[in-house]
Design a protein around this ligand. Structure first.
Ligand code: URA
Length: 292
């Protein structure tokens, strides 16, 4: 057999293995049905739609229809920011996973979680919110940040970490060598607690399953838990943040690094050095060099 034939066979086997991994990931993320790519329905070439073979690294094919994506869960490309809305009502014939234009829903799995949340009234925080703050960022990020809950700015804008603490978080992300759009950001609770009080246990209980599903959908390599509330909740461990921080933990196969909350760092800038040490452990884990 010629080298060319062997190489072609190996390539086909590689593509098939990658497609299988992707299907298993979709299944685990809760996707039950996949619509064929539009071009296939027309009898055309799927590659014309940026489909399995022709899709370039970084293209967010998932929102355009899960059947067109060949990316693996570990590839973690940054999506294009054009997560255009498709109808959330699905007919059996066009059962692509639901998509929405809302922030943080840039994959079928995330869009399905957002749809499951709906206009949530599972806890008393719903009454005081302007926006339910679902999340933001790369749906296949290798790095995810989880904070406590939206503040006034986040409630107004519907995006996590956009106020003063958020600006510091963005600087921390960039210092780690990432762009904000490359990571995924969410909170323990998705609605603003009144007067920025800590979320109550029953409020966190109501919201936590959705955050866990978001983590499972994004499949980050590392989650950074920002502050006491996020760290203690994610780890189910009441140890003070001063002792949790800087130590790796693992939950459901995801590595978790607790560190101080950016709002705390704004109040106690002398603690920034410790937070930076924690983030350097994360960078080492992800093979990242600090941005100069
Ligand atoms: N603090 C948080 O914990 N989350 C936000 O989204 C903003 C501030």
């Amino acid at each position: 057999m010629s080298d060319d034939v062997t190489r072609t066979r190996d390539e086909i086997a590689g593509v098939a293995a990658e497609a299988l991994r992707h299907l298993l990931w979709l299944r685990d993320a809760g996707v039950r049905e996949i619509a064929p790519p539009a071009a296939a329905l027309r009898g055309g070439d799927a590659r014309a739609d940026g489909g399995p073979v022709g899709r370039r690294e970084g293209e967010g094919a998932a929102v355009r229809g899960v059947g067109t994506s060949a990316s693996t869960p570990t590839a973690n490309p940054t999506p294009t920011p054009t997560a255009t809305a498709t109808p959330t009502a699905t007919s059996p014939q066009t059962a692509t996973a639901p998509a929405t234009s809302e922030k943080g829903c840039g994959s079928p799995a995330l869009a399905a979680i957002r749809e499951a949340l709906g206009p949530c009234t599972r806890c008393r925080l719903a009454a005081g919110r302007t926006h339910l703050v679902f999340g933001v960022g790369n749906p296949r990020a290798e790095l995810m940040f989880v904070g406590e809950g939206p503040g006034a700015d986040e409630d107004r804008q519907g995006e996590p970490f956009v106020g003063r603490a958020g600006q510091l978080l963005t600087k921390m992300i960039e210092a780690m060598g990432f762009r904000r759009e490359e990571v995924y950001i969410a909170n323990i609770v998705k609605c603003r607690p009144p007067e920025n009080r800590n979320p109550e246990p029953d409020e966190m209980d109501a919201c936590e399953p959705f955050l866990r599903r978001q983590i499972a959908a994004v499949q980050p390599r590392v989650v950074v838990a920002l502050g006491k509330i996020a760290a203690q909740r994610l780890l189910a461990d009441p140890t003070p943040i001063s002792r949790l921080r800087g130590r790796w933990a693992e939950v459901d196969g995801v590595r978790i690094m607790p560190t101080f909350h950016p709002a705390y760092l704004l109040r106690s800038p002398e603690e920034k050095k410790k937070a930076w040490e924690d983030l350097q452990l994360v960078m080492k884990e992800l093979g990242r060099a600090p941005r100069r």
